[in-house]
Design a protein around this ligand. Structure first.
Ligand code: ACO
Ligand SMILES: O=CC(=O)O
Ligand code: MG
Length: 725
């Protein structure tokens, strides 16, 4: 039973109410009574509009379903005309340019990795905030970016053969991006600063300097024996660090102990798909962490390797510049906060008729309130130098929903006494109706937009669900190379550039969802920059450091200049539905696809429902660890639902597959003492029931979203004490 406090027209769960009154409102200049009265008014004014937008989504889906049922023979021109007629495809607004102001340099002047982190985990969240800088040596040594061939295996103790490979890679990086006039960094014996210039004494006694002296940006320590030299390339910094007493530094003739890269320039603190927040208790934790991040005083105390660790936010980094001036660089990422979308409600607050209020409205108000502490400088650190708050809004369908977000943000600014457009918006392009109407959607938020991003995972889920009645979908692995997806990626960049995002806003690319495959990421993720993305998502700080290498290789500003010349309307390609007309899959192929989706689905859902963990590394059937979140779950559940609906597989086969895979997932988790197996009593496992719901009731889920089922089942698990803390 939730303990509520009645406050005017609304009821607020006591835990959240106390937190807001005692921790969040003090020092903001806002009055408690006025705040809650304004919140009640906001809900009564905007909740009905929110509801109407969701009704519109359902109406479109019903119309599209009916059209496919009536039109067995697909005629593209008729299909498109139908989408225009019902308003799903909107008439496009005239050309325009965005006018956002007060944007931090990270967005306007830098291209770099964007790290996403579940905000309910303070340890990871602080780590993400500090991931602005990362050790290249560690990132290479600890991952498959360096192969184990030739005796370079990772061992319990330091393996010098592997270490040498790491150093060779890193010195090559220096030669590529801060080359010397003569010779190579591998030949360096000493680095010194002479008359504001970097001088390098070589092993043969000669002295050389940087090919491009302007890359030298500062140093730490003494000019004649610096402890770090700061360099810059393509707008990103890196440090060569020296210590002749360090275990690595003493093996290097120049005393180099590491190379530190500016890594994640920005980070997304996620209240959405990577967390499980279903009630006031969970939401309070989320908001409390965000408050600490904005004040700069968030701390996490934990045990690692048998040792107690207290993790705090890093300070800025200070250097002496080439002319003796002080140079200060941020020690932390620029933080965005991803709110939830317009779909869900949460029982943390009830409206005048006892209904749960829209969770997106709660997030809008509370995440902005917490950020106000940063704007006012209430703590030791500040996020934005420009006085802006960066909110990512996911899962919006079309321009009317973007307009609604804008209206909500206006109202929140008024309520929190913030200047108009203090709240910036990152618009996720991850639903079909937004991709098709992207220009109009950007137009609705043109004074506050700071990023668009192709959330291709949710977008794939929406692709499957929207065209559920069109036929059986191609296999999951084929989606990435399909016509619609490639056109969607290109369209996002093209529309963004045409709307003037270059130099004003990020054009972001999606997540690298294989956190352990760093070699593959190094080989593939430069494609995001070549496609015009000036940021792209990574799942971990290590991935951020390695992905940063791509931004040294490629100057995205130049790529964007070229891409901006292209004039093309991709919407006809985006509308190519990825169905198979005459499926000829063998029984083995069908079973393989089912096994694959069922395994990752169960592996993710069991941790969500029983443990409240919203983002997990789950092995697929080939034992590759995949990052699973609600968006990947949306794909796997909708995939199976689609094949069931089109009789590619049977209910019995699917249930048997789920049961068989549950056993495998149980075995994979056998080492976890807190794990609650799904087998053999399937009926008693709430997690297994959730998985079945997602698949067998998947067709009826709004836009194929997984949140309604997950939330309901997690609440059930919490109530029945099936929860594992
Ligand atoms: C479609 C979408 O919406 S994508 C966006 C949602 N996805 C995400 O947010 C992905 C975020 N990533 C994660 O949650 C995690 O990296 C996972 C779940 C994928 C893997 O987590 P784990 O199995 O614990 O990772 P692993 O054991 O390899 O590494 C743990 C270490 O890395 C750190 N770490 C891992 N991921 C992150 C992260 N995203 N941010 C900060 N630190 C991280 C941890 O803090 C920990 O270090 P510590 O012990 O010093 O604290
Ligand atoms: O939010 C990201 C996605 O791919 O979905
Ligand atoms: Mg998404």
């Amino acid at each position: 039973m939730v303990d509520y406090v009645k406050k005017g027209s609304i009821q607020v769960a006591k835990e959240l109410y106390d937190f807001v009154n005692l921790e969040a409102l003090p020092e903001t200049g806002l009055d408690i009574e006025t705040f809650w009265a304004d919140f009640g008014k906001l809900v009564s004014d905007l909740a009905p509009k929110n509801k109407d937008l969701l009704v519109k989504r359902d109406e479109f889906q019903k119309q599209i379903d009916a059209w496919h049922k009536e039109n067995n023979v697909f005629d593209y021109h008729e299909y498109k005309a139908f989408l225009e007629r019902i308003g799903y495809l909107e008439p496009q607004v005239e050309d325009f340019s965005i006018t956002t102001e007060n944007i931090d340099d990270v967005i306007t002047r830098q291209a770099g990795p964007q790290l996403v982190v579940p905000i309910d985990n303070s340890r990871y969240t602080i780590n993400a905030a500090n991931a602005r800088w990362g050790s290249l040596y560690d990132a290479l040594y600890g991952t498959d970016a360096i192969s184990e061939e030739g005796g370079a295996e990772k061992k319990d103790s330091y393996n010098p053969v592997r270490g040498d490979k790491v150093i060779a890679f890193a010195k090559n990086f220096l030669d590529e991006h801060a080359p010397l006039k003569v010779s190579s960094h591998t030949e360096a014996k000493k680095y010194t600063i002479v008359k504001g210039k970097l001088e390098v004494v070589l092993k043969n006694g000669d002295t050389t300097e940087l090919n491009d002296a302007s890359k030298f940006s500062g140093y730490q320590g003494q000019a004649e024996e610096p402890s770090a030299v700061l360099l810059k390339n393509n707008g990103l910094h890196f440090e060569i660090q020296f210590d002749r007493n360090h275990s690595i530094g003493k093996t290097d003739e120049a005393g180099v102990k590491d190379i530190y890269l500016e890594s994640a320039t920005s980070s997304i603190m996620d209240c959405e798909d990577s967390i499980a927040a279903v009630d006031a208790e969970d939401k309070t934790l989320v908001y409390r962490n965000w408050l600490g991040l904005n004040r700069g005083d968030l701390t996490s105390v934990f045990t690692k390797g048998g040792k107690g660790v207290t993790r705090t936010l890093n300070p800025d980094r200070t250097y002496t510049g080439p002319n003796g001036e002080e140079v200060i660089l941020s020690g932390r990422v620029l933080m965005f906060i991803r709110n939830v979308g317009h779909l869900m409600t949460n029982n943390a607050i009830l409206d005048e008729s006892g209904q749960e209020v829209p969770e997106g409205m709660m997030d809008g108000v509370f995440t902005s309130l917490m950020a106000k502490h940063g704007l006012l400088g209430n703590g030791p650190l500040q996020n934005s130098k420009e006085g802006s708050v960066y909110i990512v809004k996911p899962k919006m369908h079309g321009s009317k929903e973007a307009a609604f977000a804008n209206e909500l943000f206006n109202r929140v600014e008024d309520m929190l006494d913030m200047k108009r457009n203090t709240l910036k918006i990152g618009l996720m392009d991850e639903e079909r109706r937004t991709s098709l109407n992207l220009k109009n959607s950007i137009h609705e938020v043109k004074e506050r937009i700071v990023f668009i991003n192709t959330g291709f995972l949710d977008r794939t889920g929406d692709e499957i669900h929207t065209s559920m009645e069109a036929g059986p979908m191609i296999r999951k692995g084929e989606m990435k190379s399909s016509t619609w997806l490639n056109a969607y990626e290109k369209n996002n960049v093209r529309v963004g550039l045409a709307a003037g995002l270059k130099g004003k806003a990020q054009i972001g690319k999606g997540m690298w969802a294989m956190p352990d495959l760093m070699d593959a990421m190094l080989k593939q993720k430069r494609g995001h920059l070549q496609a015009g993305g000036n940021t792209a998502w990574v799942p971990s700080p290590t991935a951020a450091t390695l992905h940063a290498l791509h931004y040294h290789e490629i100057d995205v500003r130049k790529v964007q200049v070229e891409l901006a010349k292209e004039v093309k309307d991709y919407r006809d390609e985006i509308l190519q539905i990825p169905v198979v007309e005459n499926p000829i899959w063998s029984a083995e192929e069908i079973q393989e696809e089912l096994d694959n989706s069922a395994q990752t689905l169960l592996g993710y859902v069991v941790r969500w429902v029983d443990h409240g963990i919203g983002c997990s590394k789950v092995p697929d059937i080939n034992n590759v660890a995949l990052m699973e979140d609600r968006a990947t779950l949306r794909i796997s559940s909708q995939m199976i639902t689609n094949w069931l609906h089109h009789d590619i597989c049977t209910e019995e086969q699917t249930l048997n597959t789920l049961k068989r895979m549950a056993k495998i997932v149980d075995e994979q988790n056998a080492g976890d003492a807190l794990y609650r197996p799904m087998t053999p009593n399937f009926d008693e496992s709430i997690a297994f029931q959730a998985a079945c719901d997602l698949v067998f009731k998947g067709k009826d889920q709004p836009s194929g979203y997984t949140e309604p089922i997950l939330h309901r089942r997690r609440l059930e698990a919490k109530e029945s004490k099936h929860v594992i803390e």
